[in-house]
Design a protein around this ligand. Structure first.
Ligand SMILES: Cc1cc2nc3c(=O)[nH]c(=O)nc-3n(C[C@H](O)[C@H](O)[C@H](O)COP(=O)(O)OP(=O)(O)OC[C@H]3O[C@@H](n4cnc5c(N)ncnc54)[C@H](O)[C@@H]3O)c2cc1C
Length: 380
């Protein structure tokens, strides 16, 4: 199974999946039949994650083909991504504390960690998912849950190392969905509610491919965090056309031209350097597809200043970068840009504005608003 990093390939995947998005998805989506079998899930996440295809487009296509009541299960899953993004955006200290925990854990890596990330844990299903992740850049949602649960409660490894392993290899690797899902499994997102993988559940939902009897932890005590993460209000949404500006394209949104109006004076496609691999390849090609030029650099400030000067403009417009490495790079650049008289504008998609507002507590709060959000997007 390959993930081609183009919008055309994402739209083709959406077309192919659409007939299966209703009853079949609802009843079969929890089965992980392995990477060589046709799955009930869409495998659209790499394109949606990098906004080569957007949630709004996916919802429009699916709701155009099925009555809402029949596609409800799929529609709700699509909203989970916006929920996690909006929640992390309003609790940014979670990302900082993840990075701090990761740095600390990386200072004392042991053989148990080396065995886990090279598929030598001795638990056949876990080792299989480890290899599948590295070789394909994708894991079924249920496999991600089982993997994270075994990592935390059976292997007793720091969750931050597991989340980092996922972010390195997942083609859909996403700071919000990944960090908050790992925290959810460990009992840090929904306080004290953990996810415990069991041999019988794995056997049932892998169609008997695996049954790790007697190998998994039988209890899952919630991880403890000695502080709360305060809610920080969303910054106001900005609206800016690119007519007199440089358009900055990052991995957070590879198709900003689909919602930011105007013709830019120049375009800068930029990614930070990463180790070679499927995820790095997808990101680089996804970001650069609209043009042949891609800047691969850690020094975004210099690259943006050079590109803005080349385009003879003091305005840089980009799609809003939610909490994560891109947002950090833009925040770092902003002060220096400002000293040079260059203004950075981050424009949010209407879908994000409508969704994130309700992502302040549990998913249920957002779920209740889905019909209204769909109406506001003219999809109701
Ligand atoms: C420990 C763990 C780590 C995860 N890390 C990531 C990650 O880094 N990036 C990522 O995109 N997803 C992550 N997920 C969420 C989920 O597993 C994937 O989004 C999903 O498996 C993608 O496959 P799909 O496109 O076939 O999903 P489908 O079932 O076909 O769902 C359609 C779309 O809905 C969204 N979606 C579905 N389920 C979820 C979910 N649980 N959370 C958020 N969005 C969802 C995705 O955009 C997905 O493409 C993680 C889940 C777990 C348990």
């Amino acid at each position: 199974m390959t993930f081609e990093p183009t919008r055309a390939a994402g739209l083709a995947r959406l077309n192919e999946f659409t007939p299966r998005a209703a009853k079949q998805y609802g009843s079969q989506r929890n089965f992980d039949l392995g990477s060589t079998q046709q799955s009930a899930v869409s495998k659209l996440s790499p394109w949606i994650r990098h906004r080569l295809v957007t949630e709004q487009e996916v919802l429009a296509r699916i709701l155009g083909a099925h009555p809402p009541a029949e596609a409800i299960s799929f529609v709700q899953e699509v909203f989970w991504r916006g929920y996690f993004k909006g929640w992390l955006e309003q609790h940014p200290s979670v990302w900082d504390s993840y990075l701090t925990g990761l740095n600390m854990a990386q200072e004392s890596l042991g053989n148990d960690y080396a065995d886990a990330i090279s598929g030598r844990s001795g638990i056949a299903c876990f080792d299989h998912w480890c290899t599948e992740l590295i070789q394909t850049g994708y894991l079924h949602n249920h496999a991600r849950m089982w993997f994270a649960s075994i990592w935390i409660f059976t292997l007793r490894l720091p969750w931050e190392l597991g989340a980092d392993f996922f972010l390195t290899h997942l083609i859909d690797g996403d700071p919000a969905s990944n960090t908050l899902s790992w925290r959810w499994v460990g009992g840090l997102h929904t306080k004290d509610k953990t996810y415990l993988a069991s041999a019988s559940n794995i056997a049932r939902f892998t169609n008997g491919r695996f049954e790790p009897l007697g190998q998994l932890a039988e209890t899952a005590d919630a991880l403890i965090e000695p502080f709360d993460h305060p809610l920080v209000p969303l910054p106001p949404a900005q609206h800016k056309t690119v007519d007199d500006a440089l358009l900055l394209i990052t991995q957070e949104d590879c198709t900003p031209q689909t919602f930011i109006a105007g013709r830019p004076l120049g375009v800068l496609n930029i990614v930070s350097p990463r180790n070679a691999g499927l995820a790095a390849d997808f990101t680089q090609h996804g970001v650069s597809q609209a043009s042949d030029t891609l800047v691969i650099s850690d020094d975004w400030t210099t690259a943006i200043i050079d590109a803005a000067q080349h385009a003879k403009t003091n305005h840089v417009v980009t799609a809003y970068a939610p909490v994560g490495p891109v947002a950090t790079a833009l925040t770092l650049a902003k002060a220096t840009l400002s000293k040079k008289g260059i203004e950075l504008h981050q424009t949010r998609r209407p879908y994000d504005n409508l969704t994130w507002t309700h992502a302040t507590a549990g998913f249920f709060k957002l779920r209740k608003k889905i019909p209204q959000i769909l109406r506001d997007l003219d999809l109701g």
